[in-house]
Write a protein that binds this ligand. Structure first.
Ligand code: PHB
Length: 366
């Protein structure tokens, strides 16, 4: 059966051979100095048959880190580690962008270079628990509000990371504006109660996102920059009282940049990324307001991915766990082959097991 999933698509300057994208997946396997794991080139290289790989979330600074062993993209050693990854993906005919990440209040003092509280738009704690470097959990701490001067410093960190991503040989970058991390914290009124030009009105709450995008576009050109948003999954307790009133205008405000794509998390019902009770479904409206390619994400199967595309909610899709467990997911979806079962115990931390040892089709049962 023909499916639009296997059709090529152009996202700005990125020419994808199909519409199945590897979603960013935290694996917590970085080594000393938050340098990508020596097995990361093999892991990503194995998955180069997808149309595009989005790297695991990579912090733009030590201040932006909130989980154990997540890789960074701000030191020379990290760049050297990523260079091996991008070389491996390119050698196998793939494309890979770096996801630029600052967790904001989803960090704790223990990660902060100065040992002070994590930073956020406002001094309002995230909901739930943070994971310490030893993988134990502690309740989130109350962050401190960024000063206006510090906001400019964070934007400078995005620029530095964007430059380092270029040096590392990536094909572009994705600004992580989703899942209750720093940019999302500015967008949503539950976490942003500032009374300066970065808070209050929707226009003010969009400002930080737009300034980051503008700064990163200045490094890369808009046709190699994407952005990821999640209007309503409530990750880390980050919610808005009226997501449609923020996120449809956000998509419209991004339109003039002419970005490569908008990556939207709007999970299928029953998935971890599903909207909270009563939250609106915005993919179709945001796609129209953005006016460029919309990449949908959130617990999609081949069937629900095709449905979303046929209903005008997506131009392409990203999938996480299925690609994690099936390096050749594209071939498997194409041939309706059975899928490897994901091993949740090896998602975070560890070595080759559950990382580079998922079998390809031809080796199943070999
Ligand atoms: C995570 O590390 O758990 C994580 C990272 C990025 C996300 C979501 C979760 O967008």
């Amino acid at each position: 059966m023909t499916s639009p999933l296997f059709d090529p698509i152009e996202l700005g300057a990125l020419k994808l051979k199909n519409r199945i994208v590897m979603a960013p997946l935290t694996r917590s396997r970085a080594v000393e100095g938050e340098v990508p794991n020596p097995l990361a080139p093999e892991y990503y290289g194995q998955r180069a048959s997808v149309g595009l790989i989005i790297s695991e979330a990579t912090q733009i600074s030590r201040q932006g880190q909130g989980y154990p062993n997540t890789p960074g993209i701000f030191t020379e050693a990290q760049v050297q580690g990523w260079k091996r990854v991008t070389d491996a993906v390119h050698a196998r005919g793939g494309l890979i962008v770096a996801q630029l990440w600052h967790v904001g209040r989803v960090s704790i003092a223990a990660y902060q270079p100065d040992g002070r509280p994590a930073v956020a738009p406002s001094a309002i704690a995230a909901e739930g628990n943070a994971m310490k470097e030893d993988f134990t959990m502690v309740p989130f701490e109350t962050p401190r509000a960024l000063t206006l001067e510090e906001i400019q410093g964070v934007i400078a960190d995005y620029v530095h990371a964007a430059e380092m991503a270029k040096k590392a040989g990536f094909d572009g970058v994705e600004v992580h504006g989703a899942n209750g991390y720093l940019i999302d914290q500015f967008l949503k009124d539950g976490s942003n109660q500032r009374d300066d030009r970065y808070g209050g009105s929707v226009e003010n709450r969009l400002r930080f996102m737009l300034e980051v995008v503008s700064a990163v576009v200045a490094v890369w050109g808009a046709d190699r920059v994407g952005i990821r948003l999640s209007p309503s999954n409530g990750s880390n307790g980050t919610r808005d009282s009226d997501p449609a009133a923020v996120f449809v205008p956000a998509a419209a405000a991004l339109k003039p940049f002419g970005l490569a794509y908008l990556h939207l998390i709007e999970g299928e019902p029953g998935t971890a990324m599903a909207p909270w009770e009563g939250a609106p479904l915005l993919a179709a409206r945001m796609r129209e307001a953005f006016g460029g390619p919309l990449m949908l994400n959130g617990g999609l199967t081949r069937e629900t991915a095709e449905k979303a595309m046929s209903e005008g909610r997506a131009d392409l899709v990203s999938v996480g766990v299925p690609v994690l467990a099936n390096p050749d997911l594209v071939e498997r979806w194409k041939t309706n082959a059975p899928l490897n079962a994901p091993d949740r115990a090896t998602f975070y931390g560890g070595g080759a097991k559950g990382y580079t040892d998922y079998p390809f089709l031809e080796t199943v049962g070999a």
